[in-house]
Design a protein around this ligand. Structure first.
Ligand code: G6P
Ligand code: MN
Length: 428
């Protein structure tokens, strides 16, 4: 299996490689426009492979084209503009009095505006040079970026996120059952979805879980949203819904914090990459220490190991890759074309839902339909995502204004206009 990782200098790439150590016979190609970073990550991987005879061979490709040519799977895990870009995506909206978050609200729109052109270039090169490859998109904002790439790659691009499976597993454990032993209904957009059923041996455990305050207090989302709201919703929202259901509180907390998440990671990762470049022999140990510190910031001791391992992305991505490569029927929550899953949304809109995966790709499994309020949010956020893609592709200020002004977490054309001026969109 030939696997290419675009964004091969990313901090989380060693997690993917570690998960791959159990896939003998695979070859990994890294590509990153930042040569110094990808060499550091290459050193970390070399340390992980040391002494393991069947560890996948690693090669660093000199160009995007050489990286994707002949690949079976392409993981796209890029951060256009680096962590400095993330800092701006968070700070500019906060300065205008609206939420600044990596993927949600104005921050997500700004991140999307910068990322879509690059993602489309990658998709076009994959289509030209590896037309039979599957592209697994890790890049945030994952729903929007996957939707842009699907214009080139159709069903051969699949977006992933670790938060829905984390929610399912935490809810199953809170309900007292083995997470491996449940079926579930989950539908929404990326970072905007709801778990609406959790079935164990034919019985839906969700109503009982929502009625049980002690069980709700035992896991992150239960504590975050609280029994009163959860019972009113009749569903368990993805953790990112806190920015909608607790909008003033989360905005106030972000404005009062000394540092944004982006600033924190920019500082920590800058220190790691500089130290590892100075001393390649210690890259592995330095990476391990930095990873542990990052995980500690996710808080809660009850976090599922799927999340703690740096987001659990690699587990979702490898499960998906194996299911396709080996035609092994697997259920995963993925970002795919809607088809008939949610009739209120366009057929070709990317939604995040339960899919059955086999050698032909990921097929949405029918789920309970969301309520009117959830559908309303999905439609409004999807409209903002589509306007973001249009703005990025056409360098259109009116489309960018629409994306921001109509986003439910911005809601002001004046604010939208000032945000666009602050980031100088469209670029010259
Ligand atoms: C979760 C989300 C990702 C997001 C990440 C942020 O894993 O699913 O989409 O990128 O959290 O983590 P970070 O440590 O970068 O703030
Ligand atoms: Mn995610």
């Amino acid at each position: 299996m030939r696997l290419t990782i675009i964004g091969g200098g990313g901090f989380r790439v060693p997690l993917v490689y570690r998960a791959l150590l159990t896939t003998p016979g695979s070859e990994v190609t890294l590509f990153d426009p930042d040569g110094a970073r990808v060499r550091v990550i290459g050193d970390v991987l070399a340390g992980m492979a040391a002494g393991r005879r069947d560890a996948p061979a690693v090669r660093i490709a000199p160009s995007l084209d050489e990286a994707v040519r002949g690949a079976d799977f392409v993981f796209s895990a890029i951060r256009v503009g680096g962590t400095a870009g993330r800092v701006r995506d968070e700070r500019v909206p906060l300065a205008e009095g609206v939420l600044g978050q990596e993927t949600v609200g104005a921050g997500g729109v700004l991140y999307g505006l910068r990322t879509v052109p690059v993602a489309l270039r990658i998709a076009a090169r994959v289509r030209a040079l590896a037309p039979d490859a599957w592209l697994i998109n890790f890049t945030n904002p994952a729903g929007l970026v996957t939707e842009a790439m699907a214009a080139e790659l159709g069903h051969r691009v699949i977006g992933i996120c670790d938060s829905p499976v984390g929610l399912v597993r935490r809810a199953a454990r809170a309900a007292g059952v083995d997470p491996e032993d449940v079926r579930y209904g989950y539908l929404g957009l990326n970072h905007l979805g709801w778990l609406r059923s959790l079935t164990h041996r034919g019985r839906d455990l969700l109503p009982g879980l929502l009625a049980d305050d002690a069980a709700l207090a035992s896991f992150d989302e239960g504590r975050l949203f609280g029994g009163e709201l959860l019972r009113a919703l009749g569903a368990l929202p993805n953790e990112y819904l806190q920015y909608y259901y607790r909008a003033p509180e989360t905005l106030r907390a972000a404005r009062e914090a000394d540092e944004t998440r982006g600033e924190f990671l920019d500082r920590r990762q800058g220190t790691f990459f500089a130290a590892a470049a100075r001393d390649p022999g210690s890259a592995g140990a330095l990476w391990e220490r930095a990873r542990r510190e990052r995980e500690e910031t996710y808080g809660g001791g009850d976090r599922d190991p799927w999340d703690l391992e740096g987001g659990g992305y690699e587990r979702v991505a490898l499960a998906l890759m194996h299911a396709i490569a080996e035609d092994r029927r697997t259920r995963l929550i993925l970002n795919v074309r809607n088809g008939d899953a949610c009739p209120a949304l366009p057929h070709d809109a990317i939604v995040e839902t339960v899919c059955e995966v086999d050698a032909n790709g990921a097929h949405p499994v029918p789920c309970l339909s969301p309520g009117m309020a959830e559908l309303g949010l999905m439609l409004q956020v999807k409209a903002a995502e589509r306007a973001t893609i249009e703005a990025a592709v056409r360098r259109s200020r009116p489309a960018a204004l629409r994306a921001l002004a109509l986003h439910p977490l911005v809601g002001s054309a004046d604010t939208a206009s000032r945000i666009l001026a602050a980031v100088a969109f469209p670029p010259l």
